[in-house]
Design a protein around this ligand. Structure first.
Ligand SMILES: Cc1cc2nc3c(=O)[nH]c(=O)nc-3n(C[C@H](O)[C@H](O)[C@H](O)COP(=O)(O)O)c2cc1C
Length: 178
C-alpha cells in the first residue's frame, strides 16, 4: 500500500477472530517500530514487550473493568497480542513528555505497518493505565531497569478491511502564522 493510502485507511479495529497474526507479519510490525524516530536517537531507552499470555491479558482486562467501572469492558477486544512500549525517562523530565511523544511515534509506525499488512490493530491506552496502577503486574514483565509502560497496541486477525475513509477536513483546528 502506498503511504498516503495507508494513512487514509488506517483505523482502530475493535473486532478480532482471536487468531494471532503470522510470525512474519509480527516481525514486519516490529521492524516498523525499530524504524520509528525517537528524540536524540536514544533507542536504548525504549523497550517492546510482546504480550501473548492469555492469563496475563485477562488479569489486565479484569483490572480495567474494575478501574473504569465497566464490568462488560473487554479492553483488548479479543485480540491475542498486546505490544507494550516502555520507556526509561533518562532526563526526559527536563523536556516534559518526550517519552510519551517517542512511544507514540513508535506505536504509530506499528499502526501504519499493520494497516499495510491488513492485520487488525488498535492503540490501547487503557492497558497502559492499568499496568501503571498495578506494579505487581508490571513486575511480571521484567522490564529493563528504570523502564515504565507508556504506550501499547493490540494486534490480531480481523475480518474487517482497511478501505478508503472520508477524513473531515480540518477536524484538528489549524491556524497559520506566516
Ligand atoms: C493515545 C491513544 C490512546 C488510545 N487508547 C484507546 C483505548 O484504550 N481503547 C480503544 O478502544 N481505542 C483507543 N484509541 C483509539 C482512538 O479511540 C481512535 O484512534 C480515535 O477514536 C480515532 O479513530 P480511528 O483510529 O478509527 O481513526 C487510542 C488512540 C490513541 C491515539
Amino acid at each position: 500500500m502506498e503511504t498516503m493510502k495507508a494513512i487514509n485507511r488506517r483505523k482502530s479495529v475493535r473486532s478480532y477472530t482471536g487468531e494471532k497474526i503470522s510470525r512474519e507479519a509480527l516481525d514486519t510490525v516490529l521492524q516498523a517500530a525499530y524504524a520509528a524516530p525517537v528524540g536524540m536517537g536514544k533507542y536504548e531507552n525504549f523497550h517492546l514487550t510482546v504480550i501473548e499470555n492469555r492469563e496475563f491479558m485477562q488479569a489486565i482486562e479484569e483490572k480495567a473493568s474494575a478501574m473504569f467501572g465497566k464490568p462488560d469492558l473487554h479492553l483488548f477486544y479479543g485480540a491475542p497480542t498486546f505490544i507494550l512500549v516502555s520507556s526509561k525517562p533518562d532526563g526526559a523530565e527536563k523536556v516534559g513528555g518526550i517519552d510519551y511523544c517517542n512511544t507514540a511515534a513508535i506505536v504509530e509506525n506499528m499502526s501504519l505497518a499493520a494497516t499495510d499488512l491488513g492485520v487488525g490493530h488498535c492503540y490501547i491506552w487503557g492497558g497502559v493505565a492499568v499496568l501503571n496502577a498495578n506494579p505487581d503486574l508490571v513486575a511480571r514483565l521484567n522490564l529493563p531497569e528504570g523502564h515504565t509502560p507508556c504506550s501499547g497496541i493490540i494486534l490480531g486477525v480481523t475480518t474487517e478491511e482497511y478501505t478508503d475513509r472520508d477524513i473531515p477536513g480540518q477536524r484538528i483546528g489549524t491556524s497559520y502564522l506566516r
